[in-house]
Design a protein around this ligand. Structure first.
Ligand code: FAD
Length: 448
């Protein structure tokens, strides 16, 4: 695979930044609810509050959609993120609630697309947990049992039965959800927000959140907002303020790349008839997404821990892009000459338990911080449920499933640079063993 002409971007490969960036806040003002962060989580919260008649202000440091929401892999998941076997071991009773939340979140996104007429290439294909080894096939079967027992809608099959490329051995499809261009989806939600009664200020970074005379006071460089309630929806960036509970989540950098357009006849020969998004069953997954522009977007494989705030604007590491290209060559052996055109990445938040979470700090500050890399559907859904909670005073049962009563969080295990490197090394060791087995079956020499 060719990697000599890759365009490295600090934003996203899916869309360009908006041309109509909204002016910054330059005055002091008051409102019922202030929302901080204009990702899918924050925008959905503000939109819903505005629809329900609240006087709402949204403050976004760059432009709405600048964060992970426009940069992700575009796979609308119908199951929770994280290691489902471990989650089932430690949080068995929470599994039905988590799965219901994930499926409802995917349907909520479908509703948003319909309601606001968002053109984002959504295809209701589901996503496949795709196995690249017999070990991964075993894992997929165990995960399928866990999900089915907890009420999830999944189906097992061979690669032919699932309509996925023959470089994968088979897997399990989450029937709910699908694939989309997340940049266009996020732009569509931004347009809906800007047409609503919510007052939106872009280029307005909240530098401090304090309480003063019974209100929440949000400080920005050129103005101050006083609100009766505030919602923190900055995901990976939440650790910048003192008000955020310690160790709520850790910021992790994730990378995606996109191939050049591929000849449709060659794509057809892959057997990817279902067009389902794919995620491998490594400890740190690879994902593959076939787009309507006849490219393949793929990524992850290595996670990088953010260690200092403010989080830097980053470009992907060319060594990781090279490594992703090698993985692609193994999964798609018939496409060795295809080039990677562009690479980008983004910050996500990972919680110590790997469970998504939302909660409250005293009576007036709410947060919906981390969907552990599954927030394309979950962040907007949880955002709208928080808006309903603020208006109605009652928690929907899906919100109750991830509500954290006491903001006390253990240190996230394995999320330090050394832990992440170790998990990566285990995945590479397993790949090496599986590659040797494959070669031995074919009668050739083992891979170096
Ligand atoms: C490369 C990558 C691949 C992914 N793939 C998938 C996938 O396939 N499927 C899936 O479900 N999820 C995926 N995710 C995760 C998903 O994108 C996120 O969970 C989701 O977008 C989180 O939305 P959010 O609104 O919480 O955060 P974000 O979209 O990150 O929004 C946070 C916003 O807060 C703003 N902000 C930060 N600090 C401040 C401040 N001080 N003041 C004001 N504003 C501030 C930021 O500028 C940003 O716009 C992926 C993420 C990445 C990065």
């Amino acid at each position: 695979m060719k990697t000599n002409n890759v365009e490295y971007t600090t934003f996203s490969g899916w869309v360009d930044p908006p041309a109509d960036i909204v002016p910054a806040l330059t005055d002091d003002l008051t409102c019922d609810v202030a929302v901080v962060g204009g990702g899918l989580g924050g925008m959905s919260t503000a939109l819903r509050l505005a629809e329900r008649g609240q006087d709402v202000v949204l403050l976004e440091a760059e432009f709405c959609g600048h964060g992970a929401s426009s940069r992700n892999a575009g796979q609308v998941a119908g199951a929770p993120g994280g290691d489902l076997q471990l989650l089932n071991l430690f949080f068995r009773t929470k599994m039905p609630g988590m799965i219901r939340l994930a499926e409802h979140a995917a349907h909520h996104v479908e509703d948003l697309i319909r309601t606001h007429g968002i053109d984002c290439d959504y295809e209701q294909t589901g996503n496949v947990f795709a196995a690249v080894s017999r070990g991964q096939l075993g894992r997929v079967r165990r995960v399928a049992k866990i999900l089915q027992r907890a009420g999830g809608h999944v189906e097992l099959g061979t690669s032919e039965e699932l309509g996925i490329p023959r470089g994968f051995l088979g897997g399990m499809r989450e029937v709910v959800g699908g694939i989309m261009n997340p940049g266009r989806f996020t732009s569509g939600v931004r347009r809906a927000l800007l047409s609503s009664s919510a007052r939106t200020f872009e280029q307005t970074k909240v530098t401090d959140i304090t309480r003063d005379r019974g209100q929440v006071r949000l400080t920005t460089p050129h103005g101050e907002v006083r609100a009766n309630k505030a919602v923190l929806a900055t995901n990976a960036y939440a650790g910048e303020w003192d008000i955020t509970p310690p160790r709520l989540s850790v910021p992790i950098w994730v990378t995606e790349v996109e191939t050049e357009p591929i000849d449709p006849a060659r794509l057809a020969a892959l057997g990817w008839t279902s067009r389902s998004g794919l995620v491998t069953q490594h400890n740190i997954m690879e994902n593959y997404h076939l787009t309507p522009r006849n490219t393949i977007v793929f990524g992850v494989r290595r996670l990088e821990r953010g260690t200092t705030y403010p989080l830097p604007q980053k470009k992907p590491d060319p060594r990781l892009v090279e490594e992703l290209a090698q993985a692609f060559a193994t999964r798609f052996p018939s496409l060795p000459d295809v080039a990677i055109d562009r690479a980008w990445g983004g910050w996500i938040a990972i919680t110590s338990s790997w469970l998504p979470l939302a909660g409250q700090i005293d009576d007036d500050v709410f947060y919906s911080i981390a969907c552990n890399g599954h927030g394309l559907a979950q962040a907007p859904y949880v955002g709208s449920l928080i808006a309903d909670l603020i208006v109605d005073g009652e928690r929907h049962e899906d919100l109750a499933a991830l509500w954290m009563k006491k903001p006390a969080f253990p240190r996230p295990m394995m999320m330090g640079p050394l832990g992440l490197r170790t998990i990566w090394a285990v995945d590479r060791f397993n790949d090496l063993v599986n590659g040797s087995r494959r070669n031995a079956r074919r009668g050739s020499a083992p891979a170096a």
